[in-house]
Design a protein around this ligand. Structure first.
Ligand SMILES: Nc1nc2c(c(=O)[nH]1)N[C@H]1C(S)=C(S)[C@@H](COP(=O)(O)OP(=O)(O)OC[C@H]3O[C@@H](n4cnc5c(=O)[nH]c(N)nc54)[C@H](O)[C@@H]3O)O[C@H]1N2
Ligand SMILES: Nc1nc2c(c(=O)[nH]1)N[C@H]1C(S)=C(S)[C@@H](COP(=O)(O)OP(=O)(O)OC[C@H]3O[C@@H](n4cnc5c(=O)[nH]c(N)nc54)[C@H](O)[C@@H]3O)O[C@H]1N2
Ligand code: SF4
Ligand SMILES: [Mo]
Length: 711
């Protein structure tokens, strides 16, 4: 049934009698660590890092080591399940394809293509084939109702790429080993690894080695994180204030120098940035980030004078209402100090798969109901309930949720849950039935990555080295499980909208071979000669300015929509107007054992405490509000309320409250409808879908104001 690359599955020689080692790649996070899977007589024994992988294995972690637990989990979906009343019954793959395609075709006939939509979650990126087929699927349906995890993650980078360089996927990467001054804003690589829209193997340890050798590492984070504890300076600024710090630094550098005169002259719009920066009140900017003017000046001087330096904001600010401004102003800071596409700075890799050429910017389009701009052609997840519930042409009637758990990952999950229940057709493509799939009419099972043979092309443009490897399946998929790219292809064909219509028989292998060929890489078949993967050469950079897709061919330092938003923020009061009513702002945290909302059912269980229930606050705040360690409390926002347990910790900045993301999501047993597990609470139920960064469409997952009262 699986006409994929399984026949190419191959085991290298065993170590002991009957033990086989399969060389493959972890598909849980972007690090894509090389793995060695040991099996005996086809049964799992253990997973260890593939130390012969020339590139990736050093970040190997517990999630990779225990990956097989999800594959063998008793609640894994092993066959398509059709909803009948409040229950699910097993169905064949053919029945699923037939019923789903008939219903989708009917909905399109009656309501038009926008009535069918899709949401792609984060793991879709870890299979190049699944991603390509899923994008093609929505394209061939012809729908504008497209959603992906970017609007709860990296959209700030997409909009900066689009507006400043002319490419949605123009990701600048850190030239790590030549850098002497790292300024990381809202990043915790000690836990999350150096893998945001790119990937730098062993990156965090390499940064620490540079620090030992004298480099500066400044971390801006409201919590004294595992990473901040290793920094040469930790600035515990309040959530959402990073833009003010950056604008203050830019002012100091414009006022005093040194700045890079040539790079400033070569960019468009710097005069406007200079004017706003110099016009701002430095005392007020410093107050917004709770720093002294001296501290801002000192940081700016050190940054500007460092021989090499980078300023890189990550998820902390990106998933808040000031993600755009923070990302933009970090580029400006890097630009004026001559750090863009220069050694030791943030660089654009020269690659045959040049993302400025392969993926030019998709112009934003206003959404149907709220008029929010699309990013990369995708609407904000925060708009999904409105698009389902608002009648009229283009109203959503059917959704495909592929590799995602949007009820837990995005804002106001309770509202999204209620909206999903109103769909005529909800299809989930996942290994499990989770909270977001509660109302699904069809549950389509998928392969676990240990059951897939596939070349990953993702790292060709964005990895620190151009690297390709054929991940090899260590196991056959269960008999009732088909690859998801194949499912989407079969449904589209049955609807009469075949994917890749110019190809006779589009397969994962064919699509990937096309991408490999375009990159000058060996084909899937040829890559068998390098089971541990192949580094295609050294990276070069320095050609960003020749590749720009902007109207005048120059870097746009001051995109008008960014400037307009900056002026709005500058006009806002320094103290939040709702600070008395809701004195805390919640921020998020990750654990090594979890991956967003998944793995709670496997490695999540190895955690000693129950982090899914905790709200961490500063001792002074606890004393003021009469809260004690271990006390049960209600956490209230303008949107919702959840219960939690207080943990008092000096690591948290006063006024911030840390609630771990990813918890509170049910895992179901589809056949019986029983909730198998639901640990902790979902802190995202507190987050509004209306209060967001209007440019990225990202809600205040970090920064939502809350009150905490005794339960
Ligand atoms: N408060 C708060 N919210 C956050 C964040 C935060 O830091 N704080 N982080 C945000 C970020 S960075 C992200 S990326 C998003 C994630 O948002 P989502 O991607 O929507 O959520 P995940 O929890 O990653 O859910 C992934 C789902 O994919 C399934 N899955 C795993 N492998 C496969 C596969 O190969 N195929 C298929 N079809 N399914 C698979 C898993 O079982 C799981 O159900 O959450 C965001 N939400
Ligand atoms: N173990 C593990 N590793 C992961 C993941 C996981 O879930 N678990 N998820 C993966 C994914 S999908 C992603 S996108 C990456 C993300 O990796 P990172 O970008 O490193 O994100 P986080 O680990 O969430 O760290 C964000 C930090 O920002 C701080 N913060 C919150 N709000 C603000 C703010 O307004 N300003 C500032 N300056 N700081 C703020 C938080 O306290 C937190 O320490 O990690 C990946 N790696
Ligand atoms: S989850 Fe762990 S083992 Fe897997 S790729 Fe990420 S860091 Fe590597
Ligand atoms: Mo993410």
């Amino acid at each position: 049934m699986n006409e994929n690359l399984q026949e190419l599955r191959r085991s290298t020689g065993g170590t002991g009698a009957g033990v086989h080692k399969t060389i493959t790649v972890c598909a849980i996070c972007t690090m894509r660590c090389g793995l060695e899977v040991h099996t005996r007589d086809g049964r799992f024994e253990r997973i260890v890092p593939d130390r012969e992988n020339p590139f990736t294995w050093r970040d190997f972690c517990i999630k990779g080591a225990t990956a097989n637990q999800a594959r063998e989990h008793p609640n894994r979906l092993l066959t398509p399940m059709r909803r009948v009343g409040e229950r699910y019954v097993p169905a064949t793959y053919e029945e699923a394809v037939e019923d789903i395609s008939a219903r989708v075709a009917g909905i399109i006939d009656q309501h038009g293509p926008d009535a069918v939509g899709g949401y792609f979650g984060n793991p879709i990126c870890f299979s190049s084939a699944n991603l390509a087929f899923a994008e093609e699927f929505l394209k061939r349906l012809g729908t504008r109702n497209k959603y992906f995890f970017g609007s709860v993650d990296e959209n700030a980078r997409h909009v900066a790429g689009r507006e400043m360089y002319g490419g949605d996927y123009c990701f600048l990467q850190i030239d790590l080993d030549r850098c002497e001054f790292y300024m990381l804003i809202g990043a915790n690589p000690a836990v999350s690894t150096m893998s945001w829209c790119g990937m730098t193997p062993d990156g965090w340890r390499r940064v620490l080695k540079r620090v030992e050798a004298g480099a500066e590492l400044v971390i801006v984070d409201p919590r004294r994180t595992e990473s901040a504890a290793k920094a040469t300076q930790h600035l515990a600024c309040p959530p959402e204030s990073d833009w003010a710090l950056l604008l203050g630094m830019i002012q100091v550098i414009f006022r005093e120098g040194p700045y890079h005169a040539q790079d400033c002259a070569d960019a468009t719009g710097l005069d406007q940035v200079r004017e706003v920066a110099l016009g701002a009140d430095l005392g007020e900017l410093a107050a917004r980030c709770d720093l002294s003017v001296d501290a801002v000046e000192s940081l700016a001087r050190r940054f500007a004078r460092a021989r090499t330096a980078v300023c890189v904001p990550r998820t902390g600010p990106a998933i808040g209402r000031n993600g755009t401004l923070t990302e933009w102003l970090s580029h400006v800071l890097n630009l004026i100090t001559g750090r863009i596409d220069r050694p030791g700075g943030v660089v654009f890799y020269d690659s045959p798969m040049n993302m400025l050429k392969v993926r030019p910017a998709v112009p934003p389009e206003p959404s149907r109901v709220r008029g929010l701009p699309t990013v990369c052609g995708y609407r904000s997840l925060a708009e999904l309930p409105d698009e389902i519930e608002t009648p009229g042409p283009g109203q959503l009637k059917a959704m495909f949720i592929i590799a995602g758990n949007p009820v837990g990952a995005g804002a106001d999950g309770r509202r999204l849950d209620a909206a999903l229940a109103k769909l005529d057709l909800l299809v989930s493509v996942d290994m499990f039935q989770r909270e977001s799939h509660r109302h699904a009419h069809w549950l389509i099972p998928t392969t676990h990555f240990l059951e897939r043979t596939e070349v990953t092309v993702y790292l060709l443009p964005n990895g620190e080295k151009p690297f390709v490897q054929k991940a090899v399946a260590a196991f056959d998929p269960p008999p009732g499980v088909t690859e998801e790219w194949q499912f989407l292809r079969d449904v589209a064909k049955r609807i009469g909208r075949p994917l890749y219509p110019k190809m006779e028989n589009p397969t994962a292998a064919a699509i990937i071979d096309r991408a490999l060929q375009a990159s000058g890489a060996p084909s899937s078949a040829e890559l068998d000669a390098w089971p541990h993967g192949l580094v295609l050469g050294e990276r070069s950079f320095g050609r960003l300015r020749d590749c720009l897709n902007t109207p005048d061919g120059r870097i746009q330092a001051c995109p008008p929509i960014f400037l307009a938003q900056l002026r709005e923020r500058l006009a806002e009061p320094v103290v939040r107007p709702d600070a008395a009513e809701r004195p805390y702002q919640i921020i998020s945290r990750r654990r090594l054992q979890m991956m967003n909302t998944w793995l709670a059912e496997t490695t999540g269980q190895t955690m000693r405490d129950k982090p899914g229930d905790l709200i961490e606050i500063h001792p002074a705040d606890a004393a003021r509000d009469g809260l004690l360690d271990g006390m049960r409390v209600r956490v209230r926002s303008a949107t919702g309320e959840v219960e939690a347990v207080v943990r008092v910790s000096p690591a948290i900045r006063s006024g911030s409250a840390v609630m771990e993301q990813g918890w509170g999501m049910a895992l179901y047993d589809a056949a019986s409808g029983a909730v198998v597990s639901r640990e902790g609470v979902s802190r995202n139920y507190l987050v509004s879908g209306e209060d967001l960064d209007e440019i990225t469409g990202v809600p205040r997952l970090n920064g939502t104001p809350v009150a905490i009262v005794r339960a």
